[in-house]
Ligand binder design. Structure first.
Ligand code: PLP
Length: 396
């Protein structure tokens, strides 16, 4: 069958492919410890579920406004003021079917064929795919465990060309767990002020999963605010992945362009989810903080366990729920059957011989690492650490 060039530019994410492989091996009776998951293992807090049920009974079952219910857009403004000391008006907020759709709206509203998007690597896979859909070109800036996976202002400036149109990053970062401090963001801001044509997409979806303390947004610098697009959502911080709700905060011209796009793609985000999200934002955030405390405990165990394995080099993630060890010391080694030459080989060795599923760093633009999610219980993490150690002990 013949399909469009457009669909030819879309790849299924590696994360989804690995989850599929894991299911296949399990169906053969093999005990796989799955660390591929990109979602909290907790249930959505009860008060949010109840708000959704109430919304249905109250009749919130019709098409909502394309950009979102006014009360929700206002609640997002209040959240940005309270949590981040950022001032936005409701017309500068738009809610979408997940942060993913918010990203699609904005990237496809900004990028023209041939425009460049600068993306520090490792990065969340979808950024590059969406730029490719818009026929833009990605310029990746490699960062590594040696610099805690953070971009320096020098490297940023060296990557900028007259075609640079967009900069996309996440803090806390999926997959590296890097969290930028105010000072580090300010140093990047000092570069961006020299290049007024570059928009900045700041993906803050892991904001609440921060082990370091205060979340900092690059939108806090008044010189940049007009061209920063904050992306955030409910999937990670409120354990609401299946509800599909995200939002963006940006200047109203950007919102207007995105609204036009969204009106033709989805007509807006699910009405019931939106009502529940108002409750999520207005209610006590204790359940979110309890989840973060659990992620922190797991992180401490798992990072210590991985650091003790010879050959693994690892940073201490300051946010999100992923370990991203550098495993390049194992390249060139074999267990007598399988030769490991790169991160993909390592990931397959871990899956088929170690029986632990992770996602190759190559999927995130880093050929030296593997991503293991610690959004799972401590017993599973202990089992995984044992299996990883045993599998790596067989390599020579
Ligand atoms: N941004 C990052 C960095 C993510 O890791 C994810 C999900 O894995 C998303 C955005 C998408 O989130 P949502 O479920 O709101 O579409």
């Amino acid at each position: 069958m013949q399909f469009s060039d457009f669909i030819g530019r879309v790849n299924e994410p590696q994360t989804i492919l690995m989850a599929k492989k894991t299911r296949e091996l399990r169906a053969q009776g093999i005990q796989i410890t799955d660390l591929t998951l990109g979602e909290p293992d907790f249930a959505t807090p009860q008060h949010i579920i109840e708000a959704a049920v109430t919304a249905m009974h109250e009749g919130y079952t019709k098409y909502p406004p394309v950009a979102g219910y006014p009360e929700l857009r206002q609640a997002v403004c209040n959240k940005l003021k309270t949590d981040n000391n950022l001032h936005y008006l409701p017309e500068e907020i738009m809610v979408s079917t997940g942060a993913k759709q918010a990203l699609a709206n904005v990237i496809l509203s900004i990028i023209n064929p041939g425009d460049e998007a600068i993306i520090p690597a490792p990065y969340w896979v979808t950024y590059a795919s969406l730029v490719a859909l818009g026929q833009g070109e990605c310029t990746f800036i490699p960062c590594s465990v040696d610099d805690n996976f953070k971009l320096s202002p020098e490297k940023l400036e060296a990557a900028i060309t007259p075609k640079s149109r967009l900069f996309i990053f996440s803090s806390p970062c999926n997959p590296s767990g890097a969290v930028y401090s105010r000072e580090e963001l300010e140093a990047l801001k000092n570069v961006f002020v020299k290049y007024p044509d570059i928009f900045i997409i700041s993906d803050e979806i892991y904001e609440y999963i921060n082990f370091k303390g205060r979340h900092e947004s690059i939108a806090q610098f008044p010189e940049l605010k007009e061209r920063v697009i904050i992306i955030n959502g409910f999937s990670k911080g409120f354990a609401m992945t299946g509800w599909r709700l995200g939002y963006m905060a940006a200047n109203r011209e950007i919102i207007a362009a995105c609204e036009k796009f969204q009106s033709q793609i989805t007509s807006g985000a699910n009405s019931i989810t939106q009502r529940a999200a108002i409750t999520a934002l207005l209610a006590d955030k204790a359940p979110s903080f309890a989840m973060t405390a659990a992620f922190k405990e797991r992180k401490e165990y798992f990072i210590a366990a991985l650091s003790n394995i010879n050959g693994i080099r690892i940073n201490d993630p300051e946010g999100a729920f992923y370990a991203f060890p550098d495993i390049s010391a194992f390249f060139g080694k074999t267990d007598g059957h399988t030769l490991i030459q790169n991160a993909d080989d390592f990931t397959m060795y871990m899956l088929h011989t170690g029986h632990v599923a992770g996602v190759s760093g190559a999927a995130f633009g880093d050929e030296s690492c593997i991503r293991f999610s610690f959004a799972t219980d401590l017993d599973t993490l202990k089992e995984a650490a044992e299996k990883i150690k045993t599998a790596l002990g067989r390599l020579h």
